[in-house]
Design a protein around this ligand. Structure first.
Ligand code: SF4
Length: 365
């Protein structure tokens, strides 16, 4: 049901007044998802909250958490003769250890931006003599599309289409955060779109095992205000539950059809996250039946040791240990035009959001 402007304003006042009443002690809430981070800034939600409520960004930007080892491997493939790399646009500008996909493209590598994994199949069909490698980056939300693309490639008998998988699952990263006492998170706004695929079950451990309240939250300003209100209600009452604010989209059981496709093609595996290192069971690798589409299995190549950019503190930003302005590079050597780290590149990156929407700049002056 669509609300009128007046109804929206009344609902926003209800939630902000409620949050102010409930904020009787300092609390630190993590918005796990980069889309939440951007929505919070765009709607000016931070300015509406009492000083006792601190919002901290989490590891929910797929481009940001993709480590340099992956970028360096993608760059190495882009230099491989007879290879076309297909990727979403954000990955292009992320600095790897020595180069970026953008720099490689400028030097002549065949790197093409696609808007969906399926676009890569047409490129593979049109270029039968070349290997087409899709950079499969994203969380539970995008992985089913990549899996459906691999099923299509199989059906079409394509032998020159491959994926370099960096798919990640959100719950294991939350477990890693909760196991780090320094992070001190009192409650989680959980990503509505990943829960729409996985359902609520994978997130129950947050409250059940760690005793921390969590609310699966939508992406409108009112959704986010209500999610914060629900977290504060729980904290005030000494409860720790998993609640679903985004019922209009997220069903308890998630999307079984999407998970079915995913399970046919992928299986959980350990994978590396920027700032976290390897997290067991947090990635997706191709099952034996589809391993011929795995770029690293089909077209093995060696990549020299990777390193993080000097001075960059993206890892701490992603774990909720610091906010972006605490990084000495923020707004000085690192800006969206000249990014040092991944969090300043992606449209969902916390550093880019802090910079773009102003608050970060004030602290740099
Ligand atoms: S400001 Fe730049 S260098 Fe610092 S953490 Fe953010 S992206 Fe990394």
């Amino acid at each position: 049901m669509l609300l009128t402007a007046e109804e929206t304003a009344r609902a926003a006042r209800f939630f902000t007044d409620g949050i102010t009443c409930l904020a009787t002690r300092p609390v630190r809430l993590m918005e796990v998802c980069g889309t939440h981070t951007v929505a919070i800034f765009r709607a000016g939600i931070r300015q509406l909250l009492p000083a006792a409520v601190e919002l901290v960004s989490g590891p929910g930007c797929p481009v940001c958490v993709t480590p340099n080892e992956y970028l360096d491997t993608a760059i190495a493939y882009s230099r491989r003769p007879g290879t076309i790399i297909t990727t979403f646009g954000d990955m292009l500008r992320v600095p790897g250890s020595e180069s970026s996909l953008m720099a490689e493209k400028a030097c002549g590598a065949d790197i093409r931006i696609v808007y969906s994994a399926l676009d890569s199949l047409a490129i593979a069909r049109d270029n039968p003599g070349q290997a087409v490698i899709f950079l499969a980056v994203g969380f539970e939300t995008t992985a089913p599309t990549a899996a459906a693309t691999i099923l299509q490639a199989d059906k079409q008998g394509l032998t020159n289409f491959f994926v370099l998988s960096a798919h990640k699952l959100v719950p294991p990263a939350l477990k890693a955060i909760l196991a780090t006492p320094a992070t001190k998170v009192d409650g989680f706004l959980l990503p509505g779109h990943t829960a729409a695929i996985s359902g609520l079950e994978p997130y129950r451990f947050v409250a059940g095992q760690f005793g921390v309240p969590a609310v699966v939250t939508g992406f409108e300003a009112l959704d986010i205000l209500q999610g914060i209100y629900m977290l504060l209600q729980q904290l005030q009452q000494g409860q720790a539950e998993l609640q679903n604010q985004y019922r209009r989209v997220v069903k308890t059981e998630g999307n079984p059809a999407a998970r079915d496709i995913l399970d046919q093609v992928y299986q959980p595996a350990g994978t590396g996250w920027r700032g976290f290192g390897e997290i067991a069971g947090s990635g997706l690798e191709l099952t034996a039946a589809f391993r011929r589409f795995d770029a690293q299995a089909a077209l093995p190549l060696t990549v020299a040791g990777s390193r993080e950019p000097a001075g960059c503190r993206c890892g701490e930003v992603l774990r909720g240990l610091i906010t972006p302005p605490a990084c000495p590079c923020f707004g000085r050597h690192c800006t969206p035009e000249q990014p040092v780290g991944a969090c300043m590149v992606s449209v969902e990156g916390a550093c880019a959001a802090w910079y773009k929407y102003g608050q970060g700049r004030w602290s740099c002056e």
